[in-house]
Design a protein around this ligand. Sequence first.
Ligand SMILES: [Zn+2]
Length: 148
Amino acid sequence: MQKEQRPAVADWFTADDGVVRLQGTRCNDCGTPYFPKNTLACRNPQCSGKKDGSELAEYLFSTRGRIWSYADARYKPPPPYVSPDPFVPYVVAAVELEVEQMVVLGQVVRGLTVDDLAVGMAVELTAGVLYEDDEAEHTVWMWRPVND
Ligand SMILES: [Zn+2]
């Protein structure tokens, strides 16, 4: 039987309409986006809006970007990060989002190595399994190369 899929971290991404999107907040006054969510106050020093948190609204990020940098991760991250056992090395990519021009880190889909990637390569968000336990497959957002 297929296990239930569950986000490994609550409220960092959604796939409710079948499209994987990062969830953050955005300032209503100056438009500064925040990921993960900032709920305290806008941190843009040029922002002339209120700074009490009421200026921040829920925001779903664009789903495509270009690889800004990438690396081979062969070091098992310490808790609270949960790694599959045995640990399987993975590839991480820092991606500049097309619309927000913000760099967001994420794993690259399984099966690819650093030899398959290049700076400037177009990628889009998808979801993949970070680890599984008896109850569920716990998912995270991942980057997958796409054609330009
Ligand atoms: Zn602002």
